[in-house]
Design a protein around this ligand. Sequence first.
Ligand SMILES: [Zn+2]
Ligand SMILES: [Zn+2]
Length: 341
Amino acid sequence: MRAVVFHGPGDLREEELPVPEPGPGEVVLRIEAALTCGTDVKTLRRGHPVMIPRVPTVFGHEFAGTVTAAGAGVSAVREGDRAVAANSAPCGRCRLCAADRPNLCEDLLFVNGAYGEFIALPARLVAVNVVRLARATPARRAAFAEPLACALGGVERARVEAGQTVAVFGHGPLGCLLAMVAGARKARVLLVGKAGWRFERVRALGLGECMDAAASADVVAELRARTGGRGPDVTIDATGRPEVWRHAMESVGRGGSVVFFGGCAPGTTVSLDTRRAHYEELALVGAFHHTPHLIRRAVEMLEAEVLDPDGLVTHRRGLEGVREALELMARGEALKVLVEP
Ligand SMILES: [Zn+2]
Ligand SMILES: [Zn+2]
């Protein structure tokens, strides 16, 4: 089979590999759709010791397809089933799994290999994070299950309710998915981005009221002005930039929640207005990754067409186009590239 293999930072190679055979508990999936992700760009640039502990490995982690072989003892799916898999599986045994926080599992098993014709899914993943699809669901839509589950987790951390105002900072694919999820909960959504081709594309999707941070002299003051002076009920950072984390904390209203969704560079810090954090009861919460429950909810929402992520796909490529796709992503010229092997 053809596959795009990661050998280390900056080193991506197109290779011929044997089609995998499933061991006990494993499943082999023929990949019909994979999606590029901002994490791919970061990983290609500097490696990712958590998501990719060993190289070489087939790259990419958002995918859906059809089961072509199932190993002994597999009951979740059968040959011929269409399915989507998450990119990780919790252990189910550690302290944080026991506390029902499997996204923080101390032994999270990561799975890569979306940019290939086939992938072998390990037994632990098959047991908890492979979901069968209804026949009609296109693979290109089902492949959104993983990033959508992350967005659901982020919105859930702030317990967003109907009628609240939610400001999302960042108009990348995850900022857009967060805006869609908040919108599906009937919140008023303010999407803070930066002018350019990508932002115009996002504006056309109608995910919320778009605000150009580059054109604003004071983003915090403008957010307050747009919310009757009070500030949004919830602010979510989806940029992973410390200065934007500060904007999220400074603009949120009294009693509000701030969700730190975007991961910043290691070693960065932000300062905090202690008076506001205390007297205004700000809830400052991190949001990381997803859980088996969120993956299932994401699949349900995609299948029920509660929201429609199709507009986030700006380009389509074959496996030979993966490198170019990631360059488009790195230059901010694509939202999501659909890769069809
Ligand atoms: Zn991703
Ligand atoms: Zn665990």
